[in-house]
Ligand binder design. Sequence first.
Ligand SMILES: O=C(O)CCC(=O)c1ccccc1C(=O)O
Ligand SMILES: [Mg+2]
Length: 350
Amino acid sequence: MSRVQPYELALDPPLRTARETMQTRRGLLFRVEEGPGGIGDAAPLPPFTESDEESRAALERAADAYDHRGWPAALKVVSDQRDGRLEYPAARHAVSLAMLDWRGRTQAEPLFEQLGGTAGAPVPVNATVGDASPSETAQSVAEARNMGFQAVKVKVGRGPVDRDLERLRAVRERVGSTVSVRVDANGAWSPETATTFLRNAADLDLAAVEQPLPVAETLAHADLRGLGTPIAVDESLAEFPVQELLAANVADWYVLKPMALGGVDVAAGAGRRIARQGGTPICTSIFESVVGRTAAVHLAAALGVTEAAGLATADRLVTDLAEDPAPIEDGVVIPPSGPGLGIGEVGIDG
Ligand SMILES: O=C(O)CCC(=O)c1ccccc1C(=O)O
Ligand SMILES: [Mg+2]
């Protein structure tokens, strides 16, 4: 038997991005009871994924298919495509993860091994710093550095470019070059604004600028390369097949959100393709529960990513659904070595 269980987690402090102020995250656990059991997480977040309602409906259909016809039928239900893109990536993430967790538990194999990794090597992670005043931004970056993070990601694009540049100068004045700094505009800029930012940011030694342009301007990211700061795409991967982005040379870095790509299996394939073609894959979580986040940790370890992963999303969650089997220490995270996901008892009330 399988079950679909909704959850809701509060973020404290809320995360201010160019697009929104994220205060809570809703998601759905997909659980099966057979044998050792298995668990998966769907945490829909448009425009990265389908909506809550679509995800829930797809998961209910998948649960019914699983109960009557097993794993292949359940997976098929959440694998519908339109224009070459998955219609329910978050739901497919949940079902495929529950299947991998169940299989890993059955075969006593950790998820990172199922994904083709050989060692549960430590993964460097970045702290995530939201939009705030220049002094508050610098303070948050200094705190992250003092906690052992060697990389931070600062959200930009909420206010004018001059303010963002002022924030980043305040960061450099405060922490010098002791920490790697990347920024994420979440698609807030026009090509002109992005160019202005990049020309003025050349001396800030930013590791990358993530999704400067909206998804509709995806191909124009190629023109932003070579202005002194590596370009990363994120939201674009939810809309365009990764091979198209690679063929168009749109970016230096590619952000893999397994929740947006339809599962850790899909994301592992995309990550290997990106690396083969000379791109840099980055793994991130999106404030989903410990179930989804731990899956992303396994993915990052399996791919052996070298750039810091955006997996430090647990600290902001006021409560979670289980004890964290992969807490961040000194800026790195190590995937659990137990079977499957390696998560213990999961309860909806935390
Ligand atoms: O990458 C990180 O540091 C954390 C993840 C993150 O920023 C994020 C979280 C939720 C939704 C979108 C994003 C994003 O990278 O744009
Ligand atoms: Mg991003």
